[in-house]
Each structure stands twice: as structure tokens, then as C-alpha cells.
Ligand binder design. Structure first.
Ligand code: GLN
Length: 263
């Protein structure tokens, strides 16, 4: 659908075909709303924020400027995790999603793995509010425990969950600080917290890779999305931290975009 069609189907609560099979009649209120949407778009606000929703893994998520918009390539991360589960299926599957944002990864996994117990954490309280709403909207709230903390705090306070997860999944902020200003204008309207990976973009991987083993069961896996050009450095970080078995996967543009590292 074009952006205009997406705005119209959202306002009229109809599908694309109905836009063309019936004469287009907008009430004054609807016409105003359309104009406001166009206006926001002209100011480069991301379309998904304007529509208030985004699609991910066949599900609908509420989104606004409190969260990163779920990206299509991140669906591949969910698929890799599901593949891992198929190959290493155990009972009592426990998953930790770090930096859950809109909840897209945790909620998609909960939908596909109804017997899994998932913990989803985020440093942003307002992102968590939205993630909880999304879990209810997608009928998986009872399978996910949301907690407000960042991974650094988690390490301090969560001794109780040592060696208790089969899977740790994360799409951490991975843009190098100096590149933030060069991002397209609409991306720059997304939360900085969700994008900023520190000086070289690797800040979160250093901690995740160094600490993950403490929270993973034997044969558990750390599965992450990574940024452009980060494969070599992450390869080194994984090897230096004693991960013997790990592999990288590419995205739709054939660029290394994910790794899975097994304890
Ligand atoms: N987990 C969310 C996603 O993958 C948010 C990630 C983030 O905020 N960096 O889209």
C-alpha cells in the first residue's frame, strides 16, 4: 500500500480494496485527521508513529515515539531463535529478551512457543508500558514477565536467575555515536536510547557477551542482531569470552546481521 492508502485505511478502518470500490467520502473530522497525518509525514515523522501501529512477524504492534519501530530484518532473528528451539528442544523453555522496546521479539516468540516462559526487560519505563499493552493486545500477557531495568542492573540484582535461561535474545542499540547525526531524519525521531551503541557501537555487546554465560543454562544460546561492519569485532569478543560454538547469519541484503553463540 502507498503511504496515502495506509493513512486512509487507518482513518476509515477499511481495507485497501474498499478504498476503490466505494466512493471515497470523508467526514470533516476524517479529512482533518488525514491532513494532520500528511502534515506530520511532511515533517519526516515515521509513518508507523503516525498510524500508531507497525506489523512484525504477522502481528500488529502499537508503536509511537516511546519505542523503536520493529524492523523486518529483526523477524529473521525471531526465526533463528525458533530454529534453535526446534533443534535443541527441551522442556521448561526459558527466554530472556533484553531491551524489549515494543515487545516485538518477546511477543512473537510467545505466540510461537506457548509453553515458553519469557522475561522481557527494558531500561525505558515508557517503552515497557507499550510492550505490556502489546502483549495484552496479542493475548500473550500471561506468558511474559516484564521488568524495568537495564542489563547492567540486571547483572547486579538478578542472582536468582543465574544459569536459568535457555535463550537470551537481544537487538541492542548498535549505532556508533558519531554516526547518529548521519541517520535519516525519520530514524532520528526514534528514541536515542534504542539506537546509541556508544563510541564504537559495541558497548552493549561487550557486556552481553561477557555476562551472558552467567545467565544461560548449559547449551543455552545468546542470539543477537548486530550492526553493519561489526562482525569481525564481535567474532573476537565471542572467542575472547570462551564461546566455542557460534555462527553469523545474514539479512535480506546478504549483510552479516545476527549471531548465535552457544554455551
Ligand atoms: N527489541 C526491540 C526490537 O528489536 C527494540 C530494540 C531496541 O530498542 N534497540 O525492535
Amino acid at each position: 500500500m502507498t503511504e496515502e492508502e495506509l493513512m486512509l485505511t487507518t482513518i476509515l478502518q477499511c481495507d485497501r480494496a474498499q478504498l476503490y470500490t466505494q466512493p471515497l467520502q470523508l467526514t470533516d473530522q476524517q479529512a482533518d485527521r488525514l491532513e494532520r497525518m500528511r502534515q506530520r509525514r511532511r515533517q519526516n515523522e515515521p509513518l508507523q508513529y503516525i498510524l500508531g501501529q507497525a506489523y512484525f512477524f504477522g502481528l500488529t504492534f502499537k508503536v509511537d515515539s516511546r519505542v523503536l519501530i520493529p524492523r523486518p530484518e529483526t523477524e529473521l532473528l525471531v526465526e533463528h531463535v525458533l530454529e534453535f528451539v526446534l533443534r535443541n528442544h527441551g522442556t521448561d523453555l526459558r527466554i530472556l529478551d533484553i531491551g524489549t522496546g515494543s515487545g516485538n521479539i518477546a511477543i512473537s516468540l510467545a505466540k510461537s512457543l506457548p509453553s515458553a516462559r519469557i522475561m522481557a526487560i527494558d531500561i525505558s519505563a515508557e517503552a515497557l508500558t507499550l510492550a505490556r499493552q502489546n502483549a495484552r493486545l496479542n493475548q500473550v500477557a500471561q506468558y511474559i514477565d516484564f521488568a524495568h531495568c537495564d542489563f547492567f542492573e540486571f547483572i547486579e540484582i538478578c542472582r536468582v536467575v543465574e544459569k536459568s535461561f535457555d535463550i537470551i535474545v537481544a537487538n541492542p542499540p548498535y549505532i556508533a555515536a558519531a554516526l547518529l547525526a548521519t541517520l535519516p531524519e525519520d530514524v532520528r525521531q526514534e528514541p536515542l536510547l534504542a539506537l546509541d551503541g556508544g563510541e564504537d557501537g559495541l558497548k552493549f555487546y561487550r557486556v552481553l557477551i561477557a555476562q551472558a554465560r552467567r545467565f544461560l543454562k548449559d547449551k543455552g544460546v545468546l542470539a543477537c542482531e548486530i550492526g553493519d561492519g561489526q562482525k569481525e569485532s564481535i567474532n573476537r569478543l565471542l572467542a575472547d569470552n570462551g564461546f566455542g560454538e557460534f555462527y553469523f547469519k545474514n539479512d535480506y541484503r546478504d549483510t552479516p546481521r545476527f549471531f548465535l553463540a552457544q554455551v
